[in-house]
Design a protein around this ligand. Structure first.
Ligand code: ADP
Length: 270
């Protein structure tokens, strides 16, 4: 027996999530959505991937179900499981099944964190079948046209132990993400943190320098997110250098030399 589609109204975005395009990613996403080609967003942390998906869900008027992937996540956490309650054993759909039934956009954030035996449950949703088999329930859920699968993937964290299977990767079309160009990134930081343009430009200069420090010093430079955090602290009255220390330098590294180098960059840019 087919279950009724779940009511996913609480997953709809009513207000437009602010998003400044970096290239033609809006058109690419829309085309992939219409063509039902699952999408992989590749790029460093904090560069706007999640905000972009929120913006697109709003634009396409689809509910959005986001799942933060982690290594203890099982296939049952995604598809659902039988639970015991007062009435006996009842089936509870997992978030992926809810998204499929309700024709939502399902965003699997940091997919590479999930174990490969978990990730394979999405395979039948990513080819022409567009179905989700629920083996325990003896049910196959067909995805309605509104269902769309998006995953994020940070190539910087790639390692031999933690990577997507080749057979998973090739089921997705990919859009490369990077930080916005300096002037645009400053606009984003100013707006999101509520600070003036001049200060935002300085923060962006700090980020640019940190991104140039190279892989040996830092795995990744300061993201747009860290700049916004620093800006928000400054807007609350914290001194600029201290705010940068808290939001940028300390989270990025524990290495004393690298912290020293970053603090010099901050002092030179402020
Ligand atoms: P990711 O998912 O890539 O880790 P997020 O989407 O969470 O990063 O981005 C971090 C923050 O940076 C967002 O909350 C948003 O405030 C801001 N941001 C980054 N890029 C953009 C952009 N192009 N337009 C608007 N906001 C952005």
């Amino acid at each position: 027996m087919d279950a009724d589609p779940p009511d996913l109204d609480c997953f709809r975005l009513v207000d437009e999530p602010y998003y400044t395009p970096v290239g033609n990613e809006i058109a690419l996403f829309e085309a992939a959505y219409r063509a039902q080609v699952p999408l992989m967003l590749k790029g460093p942390t904090g560069c706007g991937k999640t905000r972009f998906v929120e913006h697109m869900a709003w634009r396409l008027q689809r509910p959005l179900i986001t799942i933060a992937c982690h290594e203890d996540m099982t296939a049952a956490d995604l598809v659902g499981r039988y639970l015991l309650d007062a009435q006996g054993t009842v089936w509870r759909d997992g978030p992926l099944t809810q998204a499929v039934r309700g024709g939502a956009i399902c965003y699997l954030d940091e997919i590479v964190e999930a174990r490969q035996d978990t990730t394979v449950v999405i395979h039948p949703l990513t080819d022409e079948r567009r179905v989700l088999p629920l083996d325990k329930r003896n049910e196959v859920v067909a995805a309605p046209s509104g269902f769309f699968l998006v995953i994020s993937y940070n190539p910087g964290y790639q390692s031999a132990v933690k990577d997507l299977k080749e057979s998973t990767k090739q089921r997705f079309a990919a859009i490369d993400f990077t930080y916005a160009a300096a002037a645009r990134e400053a606009d984003i930081v100013a707006r999101e943190a509520g600070i003036d343009a001049g200060l935002a430009e300085k923060l962006v200069r700090i980020a640019a320098a940190s991104r140039n420090l190279g892989h040996r010093a830092l795995e990744e430079g300061a993201s747009t997110r860290t700049l916004i955090r620093a800006g928000k602290l400054i807007a609350r009255g914290i001194g600029a250098a201290e705010a940068c220390d808290m939001a940028i330098v300390a989270p990025l590294t524990d290495d004393a030399d690298t912290r020293g180098a970053l603090r010099s960059v901050v002092a030179a840019c402020l």
